[in-house]
Design a protein. Structure first.
Length: 492
């Protein structure tokens, strides 16, 4: 057994040892710990942002805003668990006269799944990394978290983990409730460890699918929530200068290294696209996150530019500096729909960087079939249309197709800039995710919970949220005996 294997096993053992005591903490205790972690990160924000700027090349305003988002979502999850509705408590009192036969006393609650392994992302070194949304959701659910650090920002990962772990322990949470590991092989070994009960991931389709297959192939398979690739198509029934400027800004934001970047914009065949080039010329060069991402983008850009039938609207550029880092400006090409179909292998793959493809189409009626054919799973899909077109029925079929294949459907605006709110859905059918759930917003907590029903259990053995005295003061949905002797209004 190698030192690395021993370290992985010890990490898993600490998480497993913390699982029971941590799950037994009340929502208010866990909420206070989450707020303590948020306060600690805010107190160290300047230090952390400086490290992140050096390791990722992202700008100070972007990173400062991301710290606020990270600490804000920790506090939002704290509010969520104090409310207690997330436990979905259901109590059916015993009823000998129940319509379909005598009913026992059955009480159901959502309970933590156990230790969670979270693979951190590269492009959001705070909000989707060590203390990001997946970690916050799992901690809120009552699950110990082990974060596999991303190699693109190792120093930031270590410092963030140390701050969060110390804050949680100082708030009275068990030792081992929050840990960090590094190295690809360590991550794989931990994913295979029987003590890990769920996995979370944000990254490439290739790596995410490999990890999902490992999770599924275990002797005891576990749920794996991977956010993978998405090209986020946008459909416009008209084009003007303002729309094209907004499109270029969305493509270029954070050097196009956003999972919601619009990878394709569909426009009428006769649209004037002359505003693309001047809008792209205004975008300053931006460093890509790390040399690996830079090399991958360089290859994708070359493949897109070489596709037969592609017209270059903004050539952009990519430059390698003395440290091997790539710096890029936006590249935009235009194709017709036949070219997109013919060269789908070159064009349809996600380009993680400031590159997008504009597709000319002949008629709106063709778009629903095109969308289902080319984009089966997306984080987002967007419609830009005139007000009358949104209500006259002409776009109903397209919107239905977008809703079937996307986690979020936008009307106007651009998909970059995901709000962290209770109603947000950041997921979608495969290949956008391995499991169609949300990794943004308070609904993300449900990924790390499982339903347990207790039948005819003594009050003393019930979890606190299921007891009649309800010591946690959480919402309880109760079906009292004798409330109804019939089974549903439709049967009458």
């Amino acid at each position: 057994m190698t030192d690395s294997t021993i370290a992985v096993s010890e990490t898993a053992a600490r998480a497993a040892g913390a699982a029971g005591p941590y799950a037994a903490t009340s929502p208010r205790e866990r909420a206070a710990a989450l707020v303590a972690a948020a306060d600690a990160l805010d107190a160290h924000a300047a230090e952390l942002v400086a490290i992140a700027m050096r390791e990722t090349g992202l700008t100070e305003p972007r990173l400062t805003g991301e710290v606020r988002r990270t600490t804000g979502q920790l506090r939002l999850f704290a509010d969520t668990i104090v409310c207690g509705a997330y436990l979905d408590v259901r109590i059916d009192d015993a009823d000998p006269d129940y319509a379909i036969g005598p009913r026992p006393d059955v009480r159901r609650v959502l309970e933590p799944v156990g230790p969670v392994l979270n693979f951190a992302a590269s492009n959001f070194p705070f909000a989707f990394s060590v203390a990001g949304g997946d970690s916050a959701a799992a901690l809120a659910a009552g699950c110990p978290v082990i974060v596999k650090a991303h190699s693109g920002h190792p120093e930031l990962s270590r410092r963030t983990a140390a701050i969060v772990a110390e804050a949680l322990e100082s708030a009275g949470m068990p030792r081992g409730v929050f840990q960090l590991i590094e190295g690809q092989q360590n991550g794989v070994e931990l994913l295979q460890d029987e003590r890990i009960r769920a996995g979370a991931f944000t990254g490439s389709t290739h790596v995410g699918r490999l990890l999902a297959d490992i999770a599924a192939a275990r002797p005891r398979p576990i749920p794996f929530f991977g956010e993978l690739g998405s090209v986020n198509p946008v459909y416009a029934t008209y084009v003007d200068e303002t729309l094209l400027q907004g499109f270029v800004a969305s493509v270029a934001g954070s050097a196009g290294q956003l999972c919601t970047k619009p990878g394709f914009l569909f426009v009428p065949a006769d649209a004037d696209l002359s505003a693309v080039s001047p809008a792209a010329d205004l975008v300053a060069e931006h460093r890509l996150l790390n040399p690996g991402i830079g090399r991958a983008f360089e290859g994708r850009r070359a493949a897109v530019l070489a596709a037969d039938g592609a017209t270059v609207l903004a050539a952009g550029g990519i430059r390698e500096d003395e440290d091997g880092q790539r710096h890029a400006t936006p590249t935009v090409v235009a194709v017709d729909l036949d070219t997109l179909r013919t060269h789908r292998d070159e064009l349809l793959e996600e380009s993680f960087g400031p590159l997008s493809v504009i597709v000319r189409y002949e008629g709106v009626a063709d778009l629903p079939a095109v969308h289902r054919e080319l984009f089966p799973g997306n984080l987002t899909s967007t419609v830009h249309a005139r007000p009358g077109e949104l209500t006259d029925g002409s776009l109903d079929a397209l919107v239905d197709a977008l809703a079937e294949t996307s986690g979020r459907v936008l009307f106007g605006g651009w998909p970059t800039g995901v709000s962290v709110t209770p109603a947000m859905q950041h997921g979608g059918p495969y290949p956008a995710t391995t499991t169609d759930a949300t990794s943004v917003g308070t609904a993300g907590i449900t990924r790390f919970l499982r339903g347990v029903a207790y039948q005819n259990a003594p009050q003393e053995l019930l979890p606190p949220p299921l007891r009649d005295d309800n010591p946690w003061r959480v919402p309880q949905h109760r079906s009292a005996a004798g409330r109804s002797t019939e089974w549903g209004a439709l049967s009458r």
